[in-house]
Design a protein around this ligand. Structure first.
Ligand SMILES: NC(=O)c1ccc[n+]([C@@H]2O[C@H](COP(=O)([O-])OP(=O)(O)OC[C@H]3O[C@@H](n4cnc5c(N)ncnc54)[C@H](O)[C@@H]3O)[C@@H](O)[C@H]2O)c1
Ligand SMILES: [Fe+2]
Length: 422
């Protein structure tokens, strides 16, 4: 076949492909699954890199910034470096420091009001996942009003203001993800809103800002990172790039999180964890999550359980449930976790990985059951129904019913960890 003949065949095939429906396209035999991969355009890392904030904003064309900060983080003086760097760069600044706890529709609307008054062309969030999600919510919802449920379904593709994130916990990875999680006060649920416009234009990871995070927050947010990486690795929507990021995030969490919890002033471990959170964020933003997050969003909203703690309690149970369909995927993670796999069967490696996650949660002093949270068993069917509607469930490797979620939650309540896969 001549080069021209090959070009003709290729063109015909592409024309045919473009004329097919999405379903038909998916059924085509293909040696490489297609996927789109997104991350912030600029990532700045390292101790004291907050001093580069002004230059980064100038590079992105900002003229006036709305700085959205966690209230406590502001009180601790952790925002002053950002303020100085922005002012030194000759960029206008408006401060919004009212974010306390996980964001809801009220705080988003308050921020949008300030954003409109300030005429800022850039929103920068600084704080844990709560402040970052608040900033992200304001930046996109100023142009996309409407019930959260509609935004969740439609996905948000456009944004008129710039967006940057500076995490002070390691963490959620919100600084890199295409998600913001907002509490819908009307329905008492947490709604993950997703879309390309939610990926920040820049992420700035300065571990110095994380040195004073209390040990229980370091532990909970670190397990959130681990959950992102494990769920992304075995997600139905995973891809080779997400798997690579997730694998290395897991390796780092196992090595660095215990030291970061036990020795909060260890700058190297804070740095390692800031990168791990970012990697796990990139992994799941492009690959999806799973059942742990689908349930954690519901019990977190209903019983005010911090997000990382909810994940810590649920993750081992969900892994035992999912292992039926992703034993191989979990087993692959054994090496990343430093488990000696020689002479182990796949099932033994998988079990060792689940056991390692349980031990880590226990070592870090996090709860491993829901007993302390006064959960009413009568609430479980409704919580399960809500989890079934959470967009994170799409990535879960095993199919699941509301009845199975109730059984799983009853096990967690009774501290009854299963022996096999169920
Ligand atoms: N957008 C995403 O991709 C994504 C992913 C996972 C979770 N989330 C959401 O993020 C939120 C949780 O974020 P989080 O776990 O980072 O907790 P958080 O932001 O609520 O912070 C936890 C606590 O730590 C304090 N804190 C933060 N930084 C500190 C510092 N440097 N020194 C001392 N104290 C500090 C805060 O004031 C707060 O009291 C939840 O709403 C969760 O649903 C979002
Ligand atoms: Fe999370």
């Amino acid at each position: 076949m001549s080069a021209n003949d090959i070009a003709t065949v290729v063109n015909q095939t592409i024309t045919q492909y473009l004329s097919e429906s999405g379903e038909q396209q998916k059924k085509r035999p293909c040696s490489g699954k297609s996927f789109t991969f997104r991350s912030p355009a600029i990532t700045v890392t390292g101790a004291y890199c907050v001093s580069q904030l002004g230059d980064t904003l100038l590079e992105l064309g900002a003229t006036h910034v709305l700085l959205v900060a966690d209230k406590l983080v502001h009180q601790l003086g952790l925002v002053s470096g950002c303020e100085q760097s922005i002012t030194l760069a000759g960029i206008g600044l408006t401060l919004f420091t009212e974010v306390e706890g996980e964001p809801d529709t009220v705080i988003i609307n308050q921020g949008i009001k300030v954003l409109k008054q300030s005429k800022a062309d850039f929103v920068v969030g600084i704080g844990g996942g709560s402040a970052l999600d608040a900033a992200k919510g304001m930046a996109v919802m100023i142009d996309h009003q409407g019930p959260l449920a509609d935004l969740k379904i439609g996905g948000i593709a456009s944004r008129k203001v710039g967006l940057g994130c500076i995490p002070t916990t390691a963490g959620t990875g919100s600084e890199t993800t295409d998600i913001t999680v907002i509490q819908d006060l009307e329905y008492g649920i947490k709604v993950p809103v997703k879309g390309p416009a939610l990926v920040p234009d820049f992420a700035l990871l300065d571990p110095v800002l994380m040195l004073g995070v209390p040990d229980h927050v370091t532990a909970a947010t670190g397990i959130d990172t681990l959950t992102h990486a494990i769920e992304a690795y075995v997600s139905r929507e995973t891809n080779p790039l997400s798997k690579a990021y997730a694998y290395h995030a897991i390796e780092t969490v196992i090595k660095s999180l215990p030291v970061a919890v036990g020795c909060g002033d260890d700058l190297d471990m804070r740095y390692e964890m800031s990168i791990a959170a970012y990697k796990a964020g990139i992994a799941f933003s492009n690959a999806g999550l799973g059942l742990t997050h689908a349930i954690a969003h519901q019990i977190g909203a209903q019983y005010h359980i911090p997000h990382g703690v909810a994940n810590a309690i649920l993750l081992p149970y969900v892994m035992a449930f999912n292992a039926l369909t992703c034993e191989k995927g979990y087993a692959e993670l054994a090496v990343a976790m430093g488990i000696k796999v020689e002479s182990m069967t796949q099932r033994e490696s998988c079990n060792a990985v689940i056991q390692m996650v349980r031990s880590l949660v226990q070592d870090l002093g996090l709860p491993n059951s829901l007993t302390v949270y006064n959960i009413n068993t009568g609430d479980l069917p409704q919580l399960a129904e809500r989890a079934m509607l959470d967009i994170c469930l799409i990535g879960n490797p095993r199919q699941v019913t509301a009845t199975q979620i109730v059984v799983l939650l009853n096990r967690v309540l009774a501290n009854d960890f299963p022996e096999g896969y169920c």
